[in-house]
Design a protein around this ligand. Structure first.
Ligand code: ADP
Ligand code: MG
Length: 474
C-alpha cells in the first residue's frame, strides 16, 4: 500500500516544516483536546494527537466497510430486542464478570417493569483492521463494534483540512484534492435530532451524559453545536447530577432540575470505574425513564465482546436476521476467528491451542476503552493460570489481525518528532432510529481512521496510544 509521498518521509527539513504547519493548522481547525493536567478547563488546550500524513487505505475495503454498516445497525438493533439471545449469550459471562452482571440486572429489571421508552436511537462505530493474508492481499476484518460512547466523530471531521494543507506544503496538491470530506458529527446529530423530534416535546432537551474528567470535550461539542444549530437545547450532566437532581413523573418522563429530557446521549458509563453506588442508581433511573437513551442498556450489552464472539457461530446471524441472507453474508465476511472460553471441551481445546501459540491470538475481557487486552507471553501466562477455572469465561479469544505496517510521523504535544512504523484502524459510524417496530433512519454517518506505532499492541486515542488520521484511498 504505497502512498505517493514515500520520498518525503526521508526529507528531514521538509518534514520539520510540514510538522509545524500541521500543528498550527490542527489548532486553527479545532483538532483539540484539553490537557492531562487540567482536563476540566479550557483555558489552556492542546491539539489532539494526529499523524503528519494521511495513511493509505485500500479503496475496495473502505467501500466494503461502508456497505456493511447498515447491516450492522440492523444487527445491533435486533440483538437489543432479543431478550432470550442476550440472556443465553451472557449467562456464563455474568457469573464471573461483575460489571456485565450489573448492566444485565438493570436490563432485566427494566424489561420486567415494562419499557417506557418507545423511540430507540443507536449510534455505533464498527472498527476494522486490514489483515494481510498469506498472499499479501489485505482483507477487512472487524476488531469490534462500539455501541456506547463511540467517540471522535467530531474531531475526525477536522483532520481532512489539516492533512490537505500538509500535502500542499509538501507539493502534493493533486493528492490533497483527493482527500474525502467526512463529517460524522453531523450524521450523529441528525440521529439525535430525529429521536428528539419523535419523542415529541418541543420544550424537552437533549442531555449529554458526560464523565467526571472531560478531556475530549471538543469532540462532543461538535455534535452539540450541530444540535444547537437546529434549535435543540443541549445540557451536559454527570451521573452524580442525575442522582442529585433527576426524577421521573407518573408517566416516567425524565426531568433534570425540572427540565424534561427527551434524549440521553451517553459519553460515559462504559467502564466499571464510571460507577459508584450512586451512579448505578442514576443509571437505573435513566433506563427506567421514557427518554430515548443512546444507547439503551440492551444495546450496550449487544456491544460486549462475548456477544461478538457468539455472533461468529454458524447459524447465529441467520437466526438474528431472518430473510436477510445478503446482509448476513456481508457481515460474516468481516469476521475474524472468534472463540468461546466457556467451560467444556470446545473451550479447553482453544485454550490449549492459544497457550501453545499465543502470538496467533488476542485475549479479550468484557471491557472497553483500550488497554485491556492481552497478547503474546502475557496472554499465555494469564490463560495458563485460569485455564481450569470459570474465570476464563470472562474472556474471549480472537485471531490476531496482522496488518501491513507503513511509515508515518505521530504528532503529539511535547513529543519529539520521529518516524514510526504504524498500523491503522478504520471505524465507520452507524446511526439508526427505530420507533416501535419501525426503522425510521438507518445510515452510515462517516468514518474515523486511527493510527498507532506497531510497538503498541493495544489502545485507542483516549488511551494515549493511537492518533487521529485521514484515509488516502489507494
Ligand atoms: P476496546 O473496547 O478496549 O477498544 P478492542 O477490541 O477495540 O477493545 O481492542 C483494543 C485495541 O487492541 C484495538 O484498537 C486494536 O489496536 C487491538 N486489537 C484488538 N483486537 C485485535 C485483533 N484481533 N488483532 C490485532 N489487534 C487487535
Ligand atoms: Mg476498540
Amino acid at each position: 500500500m504505497a502512498v505517493p509521498w514515500d520520498d518525503v518521509l526521508r526529507d528531514e527539513p521538509a518534514v520539520q516544516e510540514a510538522a509545524s504547519v500541521a500543528v498550527d493548522a490542527a489548532l486553527l481547525e479545532g483538532v483539540l483536546m484539553r490537557t492531562e493536567g487540567e482536563p476540566n478547563a479550557s483555558d489552556v488546550v492542546n491539539y489532539a494527537p494526529f499523524t503528519l500524513l494521511p495513511s493509505a487505505v485500500p479503496s475496495a475495503l473502505f467501500e466494503q466497510a461502508y456497505a456493511v454498516q447498515q447491516d450492522f445497525n440492523l444487527l445491533v438493533d435486533a440483538i437489543s430486542q432479543n431478550k432470550e439471545f442476550l440472556e443465553r449469550t451472557l449467562a456464563s459471562t455474568i457469573k464471573v464478570d461483575d460489571f456485565t452482571a450489573r448492566l444485565f440486572r438493570i436490563h432485566m429489571q427494566v424489561l420486567e417493569e415494562g419499557l417506557a421508552q418507545s423511540v430507540f436511537l443507536g449510534i455505533n462505530r464498527s472498527d476494522y483492521m486490514f489483515d494481510c493474508g498469506v498472499d499479501g492481499t489485505p482483507a477487512l476484518k472487524q476488531i469490534e463494534i462500539n455501541t456506547i460512547a463511540a467517540s471522535f466523530g467530531g474531531l475526525t471531521s477536522r483532520t481532512v483540512a489539516v492533512h490537505g494543507r500538509v500535502l500542499k506544503v509538501l507539493g502534493k496538491s493533486k493528492e490533497a484534492s483527493r482527500l474525502l470530506p467526512n463529517n460524522p458529527s453531523k450524521g450523529l446529530a441528525l440521529g439525535i435530532a430525529k429521536a428528539w423530534e419523535l419523542y415529541g416535546s418541543q420544550s424537552a432537551v437533549v442531555m449529554f451524559l458526560v464523565e467526571e474528567v472531560q478531556r475530549n470535550i471538543f469532540d462532543q461539542r461538535c455534535v452539540e453545536n450541530e444540535l444547537w444549530n437546529r434549535n435543540i437545547r443541549v445540557i451536559r450532566k454527570r451521573f452524580r447530577d442525575v442522582f442529585e437532581k433527576g426524577s421521573l413523573d407518573d408517566a416516567k418522563r425524565l426531568y433534570m432540575d425540572g427540565q424534561e429530557v427527551a434524549v440521553v446521549y451517553y459519553r460515559e458509563g462504559y467502564v466499571p470505574t464510571n460507577y459508584n453506588q450512586q451512579n448505578w442508581e442514576a443509571r437505573l433511573l435513566l433506563e427506567r425513564s421514557r427518554a430515548v437513551k443512546c444507547p439503551d442498556i440492551a444495546t450496550q450489552l449487544a456491544g460486549t465482546k462475548k456477544v461478538q464472539q457468539e455472533l461468529s457461530r454458524p447459524g447465529t446471524l441467520e437466526r438474528l436476521l431472518p430473510g436477510r441472507a445478503e446482509a448476513v453474508a456481508r457481515i460474516r465476511a468481516t469476521f475474524a476467528g472468534l472463540y468461546s472460553l466457556d467451560m467444556g471441551e470446545e473451550g479447553d481445546k482453544i485454550a490449549a491451542t492459544a497457550i501453545a501459540d499465543p502470538d496467533r491470538f488476542v485475549l479479550k475481557p468484557q471491557r472497553e476503552g483500550g488497554g485491556n487486552n492481552l497478547y503474546g507471553e502475557e496472554l499465555r501466562q494469564v490463560l495458563e493460570k485460569i485455564r481450569d477455572s470459570p474465570e476464563r469465561t470472562s474472556y474471549i479469544l480472537m485471531d490476531k489481525i496482522k496488518p501491513q505496517p507503513a511509515m508515518n510521523y505521530l504528532l503529539r504535544a511535547h513529543s519529539p518528532l520521529h518516524v514510526s512504523e504504524c498500523i491503522s484502524e478504520l471505524g465507520i459510524f452507524g446511526v439508526y432510529v427505530r420507533q416501535g417496530k419501525e426503522m425510521v433512519m438507518n445510515e452510515a454517518a462517516g468514518h474515523l481512521l486511527r493510527t498507532k506505532a506497531i510497538e503498541h499492541a493495544d489502545g485507542g486515542v483516549a488511551a494515549g496510544v493511537a492518533v487521529l488520521d485521514t484515509p488516502y484511498l489507494v
